[in-house]
Design a protein around this ligand. Sequence first.
Ligand SMILES: NC(=O)c1ccc[n+]([C@@H]2O[C@H](COP(=O)([O-])OP(=O)(O)OC[C@H]3O[C@@H](n4cnc5c(N)ncnc54)[C@H](OP(=O)(O)O)[C@@H]3O)[C@@H](O)[C@H]2O)c1
Length: 278
Amino acid sequence: MGSNSNEMLYCLLGNGIKNSLSPIIHNSFFQSNKLESYYTTLNVNSNDLKTILDTLRKLNFRGANVTIPHKTDIIPYLDSLDSLANSVNAVNTVLYENEKLIGYNTDVEGFMKPLRKNIQRFDNKKAVILGSGGASKAVLYGLINANCKELIILNRTIENARQIVTKLDSDIPISCHVLNQKTIDSLSDVDIMINTVPLHKTNTILDFHSDLGIKLAYDLEYLPKETNFIKQMKSLNADLIYGYEMLLSQAKLSFQIWTGILPSDDSIDGKILSILGV
Ligand SMILES: NC(=O)c1ccc[n+]([C@@H]2O[C@H](COP(=O)([O-])OP(=O)(O)OC[C@H]3O[C@@H](n4cnc5c(N)ncnc54)[C@H](OP(=O)(O)O)[C@@H]3O)[C@@H](O)[C@H]2O)c1
């Protein structure tokens, strides 16, 4: 950063984030909106979070994104939470304003926005969610609020799925099962299939066949663009939502919280797609 006092500092707080796309996305937004600001990644251990935040308070700091493993850990060090972040119990965006750190969650809306472009009515939809980690929390919150007819969670460690469900306030039927081929084969009439597991990265092979009746598939994994999950869903002729769509949608909402500007320049979509490859 230079000495220009208008130049604000933004960062991603996480661990193992050196290849994150967030700096490319947000620095492009700053550039296209002619804002002299800078976004960088800060790898932080949970034990150092408070110290880092205390240091940022002393700098020309305006905002941060928060990712694995700090989305919940960070909450005690913030001055306040907006109501959504409070309900989800997870923060992915921090705004520093009037010497206060305020926590927000744009993952829920970032997930729902691309989905709402494809689906108008949720109350007659059965959704299956693969995974019950941090991303799944935002997915579940969004689908419950959209009033889906039924939610089915499949997770490798069933206790983790059950733990998430016991904390949810919902009248919608939600069931948890172990994520394996047998459970997948037992599914039917799946309106929406959502993947929040790093299936491609971990080379986890699951077979999704046409009898499942999948109408729309949403993969949160975004690297590469055409994951094995997306390829399979394409062959089933399901409508598709790619991981990069949520990535960009949550980023645009964070940017709006920090700057008041909702980026409309979709040239970033092409830039990100060329990085993700096929
Ligand atoms: N597109 C976006 O904007 C966006 C936003 C957030 C996250 N994501 C993506 O979503 C994925 C999950 O992120 P997260 O934050 O939820 O991570 P997380 O909190 O670490 O959760 C990971 C989930 O995947 C499961 N899992 C991990 N390795 C597995 C394997 N080999 N076999 C079966 N299940 C496995 C875990 O199951 P256990 O409970 O059994 O450990 C857990 O349910 C990542 O690919 C991330 O990049 C995308």
